[in-house]
Design a protein around this ligand. Structure first.
Ligand SMILES: *Cc1c(COP(=O)(O)O)cnc(C)c1O
Length: 354
């Protein structure tokens, strides 16, 4: 057990009503913080009031983006308790990201205990209505005040918490996606497989252009041939062609999503024909033309499963299935959220209950 002191906030915020919740706009009263220095390693774990950081303008993360993050969720379960979905898998991924970004490994047990303690303190912030949850954002930033390029010698690890409603204003409704070959998101050997802010910064312009045309997000193609489907940038992507469930393989340019992994686990358990393989945009268009493109859906922690009812590729619009929520999209969504909210048995031991 680690000693994690709590410095309580003087006054607590008014909690939002469940019906007012959107995504990522409200934050709880406290945060968990750990510092890193070369001499002391990760040290001084503590819970503090949530509030502004004081950083020098020369702080390295502001200039070179040496930073990583995670995004997971805690749910109010049917029995009234709080459950966290696969926390240790997300924290292991944080350390995999750290390795690529030259950030020192952090003790997953320390972070896990800090998270539990923070959630116990903030438990009244976990909303209880349908489609709501407490979003958990662990992250690490490089904090040296220095303008040269090298790994920082000091870092801050933090966890902040945000009560959230549905990620897309549409809720569990189909979204429209635009395929781009004007921009690329990542290449193999780069940082596409890492949860790091730069990937998002690189994607914003394409997303804005897609939004102007009425699309919710961009579907990225591989950065070399501009031919193979990669991911959506906040979501991994699945296609149901005939009876086969297909998602692109993890070859270094795609983020290995926990929701992707969970869907694959469930699909295999259900005996569905499930493959991770390269899939070209041409193959998707052809499947649509010959009537075998039954479903498209995205997966990610924020929205869990997001059905896609329109794909635009070079101004040709295709609609999978009958354009509504696909049968498998609905089944995966119901199953995973059912386990998260404690309405279904936890066959894969995904949930840690407080
Ligand atoms: C986080 C993320 C996802 C989804 O991963 P989950 O673990 O399912 O939330 C997909 N793509 C990118 C680029 C991401 O950062």
């Amino acid at each position: 057990m680690y000693t994690i002191p709590i410095n309580k906030a003087d006054s607590m915020k008014k909690k939002p009503l469940d019906s007012e919740l959107t995504f990522g706009t409200k934050f709880t009263d406290h945060m968990f913080v750990v510092d890193y220095s070369v001499a002391d390693g990760w040290h001084n774990p503590r819970i503090e009031p949530y509030g502004p950081l004081s950083l020098e303008p020369s702080t390295m993360v502001l200039h070179y983006g040496q930073a990583i993050f995670e995004g997971m969720k805690a749910y109010r379960r049917a029995n009234g308790k709080i459950g966290i979905f696969r926390p240790r898998s997300y924290l292991a991924r944080l350390n995999r990201s750290a390795e690529r970004m030259c950030i020192p490994q952090i003790d997953e047990e320390l972070v896990f205990q800090g998270l539990i303690k923070l959630l116990q303190l903030e438990q009244d912030w976990v909303p209880g209505s349908k489609e709501t949850s407490l979003y958990i954002r662990p992250f690490i930033i490089a904090t040296d005040p220095y303008l040269g390029v090298r790994p920082s010698h000091t870092y801050k690890f933090m966890i902040i918490l945000s009560p959230v409603g549905a990620y897309y204003p549409e809720g569990f409704q189909p979204v429209k996606i635009m395929v781009t070959d004007k921009y690329v998101r990542a290449v193999r050997g780069g940082i596409g497989h890492v949860k790091t802010p730069g990937n998002y910064a690189a994607s914003i312009l394409a997303a804005e252009e897609a939004k102007k045309k009425g699309y919710t997000q961009v579907l990225w193609l591989d950065g070399v041939e501009l031919k193979y489907i990669e991911e959506v940038g906040t979501m991994n992507i699945f296609f149901v062609i005939g009876d086969q469930v297909i998602t692109p393989p993890l070859e270094g340019s795609i983020l290995g999503g926990m929701t992707r992994e969970s869907v694959l686990q469930v699909a295999r358990k259900w005996g569905l024909d499930t493959v991770e393989r390269r899939l070209s945009i041409d193959e998707v268009m052809e499947a649509s033309h010959n009537g075998t493109l039954n479903e498209i859906f995205g997966t990610g922690t924020a929205a869990v499963v997001s059905p896609v009812n329109e794909l635009n590729w070079r101004d040709e619009i295709i609609v999978p299935g009958n354009g509504g929520v696909g049968e498998l999209s609905q089944k995966f969504y119901d199953y995973i959220t059912g386990v998260q909210y404690g309405l279904l048995p936890d066959e894969f031991n995904w949930v840690v209950e407080l």
